[in-house]
Design a protein around this ligand. Structure first.
Ligand code: FNR
Length: 348
């Protein structure tokens, strides 16, 4: 039986993945406080729908950085897709291309960005700013040449977290798998996560490229304002899916303050714990232009390759359309803030 929602996809993936691999994908840092909080925070928010609006079938497409996506749900960057399925990021790319979506492809992809781009998916390239400016520039030029439409800089990772459930800091990939975006031989230590990285590196990047720059991993409104001041074209409110700083705040809880600080100057996106169409609606109401999903894509990939990713995206799309309709709304681009109240019950 096909899974009917994203949670069932997780269970189906768990049933078929090697337990260590499942833990690598599913796990978070330390006590997994943040991992759980991301989802729990969505459950605390309640919706106050409008009635008799006559809004008709809702329009789901959104424009971000001048590009139109068929729905306000992007694929977040997750490493090592070939651990989930032999076709890896190629399968993900095909599904995203077919869905008219946007895929943020990872520096730590197990398929070269050029090959993922060849699937026809709209691609944004995620990487970590490197202490060696020559290496950063090399990555930027390569992403430009591959046709990536934006650079997504993950800024929540001045160090690798200490993992536990994820026994896998996964410092070495199995034989036969590599990270070709690193020019690599599978040795992911070629990526340096450095606490020396600062806004100066963002400034340098801004001078290096005319591609849009998206800063991923912002939770504090002051950082959101700094991001805009330093030339970011969009920001992603994210805590890395609870995989870096444990006890980092839940993303949906931080979204309103970040959206206020940005004041509409650049689009704000959010990831972390989005599992239902109603989660997407809540994020849109609280100031996000779109959201991104990480683990659910990996679950779809694990279960059925490109078809599984396509099905995950289709399920969320159908849920989103239904949720908007039940809220009396005609467009994913116009979700009013008063749709959401924060005095819901404590999470189950
Ligand atoms: C990630 N994430 C991530 N982020 C990033 O910027 N670069 C990366 O290489 C990775 N790798 C990665 C691997 C795996 C297995 C997971 C689950 C996550 C974080 C990802 O982009 C995103 O922030 C979260 O996954 C969003 O939370 P959900 O949707 O998984 O709850």
């Amino acid at each position: 039986m096909d899974p009917v929602n994203l949670r069932e996809y997780e269970q189906a993936a768990k049933d078929r993945l090697d337990p260590d691999l499942y833990d690598y994908f599913a796990g978070g840092a330390q006590d997994e406080v943040t991992l759980r909080a991301n989802e729990a925070a969505f459950r605390r928010l309640m919706l106050v729908p409008r009635v008799l609006t006559g809004a008709g079938e809702p329009a789901l497409d959104v424009t971000i950085l001048g590009r139109t996506a068929s729905m306000p749900v992007l694929v977040a960057p997750t490493a090592f897709h070939r651990l989930a399925h032999p076709e890896g990021e190629l399968a993900t790319g095909r599904a995203v291309a077919a869905a008219g979506g946007i895929m943020i492809t990872a520096m730590l992809s197990t398929v070269a960005m050029e090959e993922v781009a060849a699937t026809g998916a709209e691609l944004w390239f995620q990487f970590y700013l490197q202490p060696d400016p020559g290496y950063t520039e090399h990555l930027v030029r390569r992403a430009e040449a591959a046709g990536c439409r934006a650079l997504v800089i993950t800024v929540d990772s001045p160090a690798l977290r200490t993992g536990e459930r994820a026994r896998s800091a996964l410092l070495e990939l199995p034989a036969g798998l590599s990270c070709p975006n690193l020019g690599g031989d599978g040795d992911i230590r070629q990526v340096t996560l450095s606490p020396e990285i600062s806004w100066e590196h963002v400034d340098r990047l801004r001078r290096t490229t005319s591609l849009p720059i998206v800063l991923k991993g912002i939770l504090h409104p002051a950082d959101a304002a700094l991001a805009v001041a330093h030339g970011a074209d969009a920001i992603i409110v994210s805590n890395h899916g609870g995989r870096q700083l444990d006890s980092a705040a839940a993303t949906i809880d931080r979204l309103p303050a970040v959206a206020d600080a940005v004041g509409g100057r650049v689009p704000v996106l959010l990831d972390g714990g989005v599992r239902r169409g109603t989660d997407v609606v809540k994020a849109l109401a609280l100031g996000a232009r779109a959201v991104a999903i990480g683990r659910p894509v990996v679950w779809g990939l694990s279960v059925a390759g490109a078809d599984g990713v396509a099905h995950v995206l289709a399920l969320l799309r159908a849920e989103l359309a239904n949720a908007l309709t039940l809220c009396g709304l005609g467009s994913a681009g116009q979700v009013p803030r008063d749709l959401v109240v924060t005095d819901g019950p404590a999470a189950a």
